[in-house]
Design a protein around this ligand. Structure first.
Ligand SMILES: N[C@@H](CCC(=O)N[C@@H](CSS)C(=O)NCC(=O)O)C(=O)O
Length: 396
């Protein structure tokens, strides 16, 4: 019987951000008439087949009927144990990224199909082996009963995590007038790169570095619509027209990509997950990279031993408190925090450190609201030019 994992069926285990990984059916052996019935009634758009698709070798192959129905078909034979290789794990993950939904994953008993799906899910969600096993149990996946498949999953996740951390080039750059950090991240294999929060004054420095390192800049993204400096995004796009700008949709700013919660920015094998962390402004996001060894680019939401002010734009101290506690402090304790600013010469922190030591965010919400209402900071000097310019990606 088909096991359907619907979008939105992951329950409390994962937030709504991950629902996109559902809408997958897991199947075992199907007769020709069962395949026809499924194709006529269930409207699959993708089909991943884990046995030999060649009908000469395998008369049960559904390849011809599936293709004739206009459904995208990928064959990735997965024999146990010979096929349980890292190459096949990567192949399965790529196939399930590519196939449109709803997608069928079919093998002979639905067991390898469930393992293929789990390898994909755990890779996309950056789970470790234990978390992946918990998820498999929660979803009642048959592969939990088959040790070689679970070992295959564990090996794949260990290799994937190490490889991705090793494959990263990372630079923290500083702009001294506004005390802003700009971050350059690149995949060492493909040389594809992303720049986070560039400043107009330091665009030439940043682009010189990109060139020196032989990188191809794909995206320039902002954590929010800044009030204290003009973003370098527009100036970079003017020099490198292929570059795409990105910011959250909730920011109200113009950009090539307007991110929604849970969107993923991919460059080579690296990824940044878009986590909404409103409060300093309503469009603030944290870009979180598990692939880069657990780094969170928190913008002005969480600063080192501090946080962004909430007294202009759409500032809301209660919202900022919730964002930090519910969305940043729930990341692993060893996640490195990289803020958009530091005014004291500090460069990074960790989730665990800020949970223990942040003088504002270790307080109760009520105490926090009082602190934020009494900061008494002067407005940023450039606020009147920066905000309108940044709403247009820094084109001024
Ligand atoms: N003096 C600077 C502005 C300093 C400032 O207000 N920083 C902001 C982030 S940039 S909008 C902030 O949230 N600070 C929090 C804090 O506790 O310092 C200038 O004039 O540009």
């Amino acid at each position: 019987m088909t096991q359907l994992v619907k979008a939105g069926s992951f329950g409390d285990m994962f937030s709504e951000h991950f629902n996109q990984y559902g809408d997958v059916a897991l199947e075992g052996h199907l007769t020709k008439s069962q395949v026809a019935n499924i194709l006529n009634n269930q409207h699959f758009k993708g089909w991943l087949y884990l046995n030999d698709a060649d009908t000469a070798a395998n008369p049960h192959s559904p390849a011809a009927d599936v293709l004739q129905a206009g459904v995208r078909f990928i064959c990735a034979p997965l024999a146990v144990p010979a096929g349980l290789t890292q190459a096949n794990a990567a192949k399965v993950v790529q196939a399930l990224r590519d196939l449109p939904r709803p997608t069928m994953i079919q093998c002979s008993t639905a067991t390898r199909a469930s393992a293929a799906y789990l390898v994909y899910l755990a890779t996309e969600l950056h789970l470790d082996a234990q978390a992946a096993a918990n998820l498999a149990n929660a979803l009642h996946l048959k592969c939990t009963k088959m040790e070689p498949l679970m070992n295959w999953l564990g090996q794949h996740l260990a290799v994937a995590t190490n490889q991705m951390a090793d494959n990263l080039t990372f630079r923290q750059l500083f702009e001294k007038e506004s005390s802003t950090y700009t971050y350059l991240l690149a995949d060492n294999i493909t040389k594809e790169a992303v720049l986070i929060d560039p400043v107009s004054e330091t665009v030439n420095r940043d682009l010189a570095l990109v060139k020196e390192l032989g990188l191809t800049l794909l995206f320039v993204v902002n954590t929010h619509c800044h009030a204290d400096h003009i973003t370098g995004t527009g100036a970079i796009k003017a020099q490198l027209p292929g570059v795409k700008s990105g910011i959250s949709k909730a920011s109200g700013a113009a950009a090539d990509a307007l991110y929604e919660p849970g969107d993923v920015i991919r460059f080579g094998s690296q990824e940044l997950l878009v986590i909404p962390t409103p409060g300093h402004t309503s469009g603030c996001v944290t870009y979180y990279s598990k692939t880069a060894g657990g780094r969170a680019f928190t913008g002005d939401t969480l600063l080192i031993r501090g946080c962004g002010r909430t007294d202009f734009q759409e500032g809301d101290a209660g919202m900022l408190y919730n964002s930090v506690h519910q969305r940043i402090f729930t990341l692993p304790d060893d996640t490195i925090i990289y803020p958009a600013h530091d005014y004291k010469g500090q460069t990074s922190s960790t989730v665990g450190e800020e949970k223990r030591l942040n003088p504002r965010l270790t307080k109760t919400k009520e105490e926090f609201l009082t602190i934020m209402a009494n900061l008494g900071l002067p407005y940023p000097k450039k606020i009147d030019v920066a905000v309108p310019a940044n709403l247009q990606c820094g084109v001024f």
